[in-house]
Design a protein around this ligand. Structure first.
Ligand code: PLP
Length: 231
């Protein structure tokens, strides 16, 4: 068994255990394999082990991998979005998790309209209010949702966050909880374009179990699956 395959079994076991602890169904949680800076041969091992969803941060690197890996795989864009790259993102990804401003949403919509393609997006929230981090502030989320609701080819699947880093996942838990609260408040507001429950993409290698306990529906795991990144 490959190292990736062994790591995957551990992670899936942890996801199941965290779900059980939280009284949730493990099938409601998707694992995004974060493969930035991981060589394509290792992604191939991951596919052989059963991984079907990859998350990439850097467009060109992602395009090189998408071109050689067999379909059907789902690719999530999880990096910073430059608006001049939205055409290629719209063309090549199934899900974009890092929409945090109206300009990017409208740019994606324009290209998706040409492609006649529907796309699921997550709105990235700067839940820790960190000046260096991307993401919309919680109080500006309503306006962003309003703007996205005018985009016929975008569907808000949920919210995404990268809380302030701590080696202790218990320190991150309150941020996950704030994200869940935020989602529930928005769901209760009957906003245009929001139907049903909002997903929550949160939790990385160090804290995905805690994120699941707090309501994550998507966890984005890199290092725990692929090992330390080389650079
Ligand atoms: C790199 C990255 C991850 C995965 O981080 P790990 O700690 O390696 O699991 C998740 N989400 C985003 C947005 C990232 O950039």
């Amino acid at each position: 068994m490959s190292q990736v395959s062994e790591n995957l079994q551990v992670i899936l076991g942890n996801i199941a255990a965290a779900s059980l602890k939280a009284g949730r169904d493990w099938r409601d949680i998707s694992l995004v394999a974060v493969s930035k800076r991981v060589p394509v041969a290792v992604l191939q091992e991951a596919v052989a082990a059963g991984v079907r969803i990859f998350g990439e941060n850097y467009l060109q690197e992602a395009l090189d991998k998408i071109a050689v890996l067999p379909q059907p795989l789902a690719w999530h864009f999880i990096g910073r979005i430059q608006s001049n790259k939205t055409r290629e993102i719209a063309e090549n990804f199934q899900v974009v998790e890092t929409v945090d401003r109206v300009k990017v949403a409208f740019a994606l919509e324009k290209h998706l309209g040409v492609l006649k393609k529907q796309m699921q997006i997550y709105l990235q929230v700067n839940i820790g209010r960190e000046s260096q981090k991307a993401g919309v502030l919680p109080e500006d989320l309503g306006d962003l949702i309003e703007a996205v609701s005018q985009c016929a080819h975008l569907r808000v699947a949920g919210l995404m966050a990268m809380p302030p880093y701590s080696p202790d996942p218990e320190e991150t838990r309150p941020y996950f909880r704030q994200m869940k609260d935020l989602a529930e408040v928005l769901e209760g507001k009957n906003l245009p374009g929001l139907t049903g429950k909002l997903g929550l993409s949160m939790g990385m290698s160090g804290d995905y179990q805690v994120a699941i306990e707090e309501g994550a529906t998507v966890v984005r795991v890199g290092t725990a699956l692929f090992g330390e990144r080389l650079y």
